[in-house]
Ligand binder design. Structure first.
Ligand code: LMR
Length: 411
């Protein structure tokens, strides 16, 4: 049977991790996978997480099964953090999930079960795992352009055109904040237009929320998403605790589904439990137990919020420093207005390879740079490397790796 299998190309993000770890050069710089690093280049366990773990060690009395929906109280508490008041009404159901990826996969399977003809619209570029997750369950994908790397602008008109072209019942996967991989988010005015278009065209948003607190604040970063959720009859929201709680390997997330009424929400919940049971039976508990312990204790919660604010401040400062760099023809000034961990630079594949081969700097093959992987002390190294690989830009005959089309209108 396995003779029929052909080897498969490695996932582009996970491959960058592998290559970086194998590189013996001491000055190497990992701007690949989306992991937050502090000013010493480490990704330590958050202090609030360590304290919560100590509490769990002392107080947890059993590790018996919870059930396919996981820890209901965790999902309720996380729902209040992400969705605010909307999480509490009877039209919303919540399921703990193994990370944001698990939540997206559960939602994708629910969509397929409800209507296999649904098309899922992705704004390009998007997180590289979106396409495999939705395709794996057999849903058809449609594209539109989210972002133009040359101007660093959101292609908002192209999203609006896609919404006009979509069929009623189609799903739009949207990043709630800190767009991965571009950092280019919608303004509140644009979210208002999105909410109107979704509701007029009877389209369903699937909001991917992985960086709450990394742009402007915990509530501020969900303002657009909440606006949409308040407007549309049906929606899905995937929440990840990997980044803002630093729980990457604990696979901690949740899926929220808003249905037309309480009875339909309950149908969605029981179907989701069936999907979870057939996939992994029950989600892992440890990360969820930590998040619950933090969010339900006023002191720990305040400590965690301060840690998120520190991460946000580091990102904001780095963005401001990067925006001031003078790098040949590369204009980085708009990085200061963008949010979160990532930026997508208009680099060719050849330039990205030279950053790695000649300067030991690892970025994702799409041109995505994880800003959170930089320390202030790395900026000179990074700027010098960019200058060196861009100096030959005029001689590069290769087409740009992404976004070589006409520029999109700037908003
Ligand atoms: C990333 O985008 O680098 C992270 O979200 C890690 C992942 O799972 O892709």
């Amino acid at each position: 049977m396995f003779d029929a299998l052909e080897p498969r190309a490695a996932d582009p993000l996970l491959d960058v991790i592998r290559q970086f770890r194998a590189d013996p050069r001491p000055n190497k710089l990992d701007l690949g996978v989306g992991v937050f690093q502090d000013e010493h280049g480490r990704t330590p366990v958050l202090r609030s997480v360590k304290k919560a773990e100590r509490i769990l060690l002392e107080t947890q009395e059993t590790k018996t099964y919870l059930g396919a929906e996981g820890d209901v109280e965790y999902a309720r508490t996380l729902g209040a953090l992400a969705l605010g008041e909307l999480a509490g009404d009877a039209r919303t159901v919540a399921l703990q999930a193994p990370g944001g990826t698990g939540a997206l996969r559960l939602g994708a399977e629910l969509i397929r079960l409800a209507n296999p003809a649904t098309q899922v619209w992705l704004g390009r570029p998007t997180w590289p795992n979106h396409e495999p997750i939705f395709s794996a369950v057999g849903l058809a994908l449609c594209d539109y352009r989210h972002f133009d790397p040359a101007t660093q602008a959101v292609c908002f008109d192209e999203l609006m055109a896609a919404m006009r072209a979509a069929r009623s019942g189609d799903v739009f996967a949207l990043h709630a904040s800190c767009h991965n991989p571009t950092g280019a988010d919608f303004s509140l005015a644009q979210w208002r237009e999105i909410a109107r278009a979704l509701s007029e065209r009877r389209l369903i948003p699937f909001l991917d929320t992985a960086y709450q607190g990394f742009a402007h604040g915990l509530d501020e970063d969900m303002a657009g998403a909440r606006l949409v959720l308040g407007e549309v009859p049906e929606a899905l929201v995937a929440v990840s605790c990997s980044k803002n709680f630093g729980l990457y390997r604990e696979r901690t997330g949740a899926l929220f589904v808003r249905a037309n009424d309480a009875a339909k929400a309950e149908a969605a919940r029981t179907n989701l439990m069936g999907i979870a049971r057939a996939n992994y039976s029950m989600p892992p508990d440890h990360g969820a137990a930590i998040v619950r312990a933090i969010l339900q204790d006023a002191g720990l919660r305040a400590e965690w919020q301060a840690e998120v604010a520190d991460m946000r401040t580091k990102l904001r400062r780095l963005r401001e420093s990067l925006a001031q760099l003078q790098i040949n023809s590369l204009d980085l000034s708009r990085l200061a207005d963008q949010n979160g961990m990532f930026a997508t630079l208009p680099l060719t594949k050849g330039q990205i390879a030279r950053l790695k081969d000649e300067h030991a700097i690892y970025v994702v093959p799409s041109g995505r740079v994880n800003i959170a992987g930089l320390m202030a002390a790395d900026l000179d190294h990074f700027a010098a490397a960019l200058r060196a690989v861009l100096i030959d830009a005029a001689r590069e005959t290769e087409s740009r790796s992404i976004g070589a089309q006409k520029p999109c209108s700037v908003h």
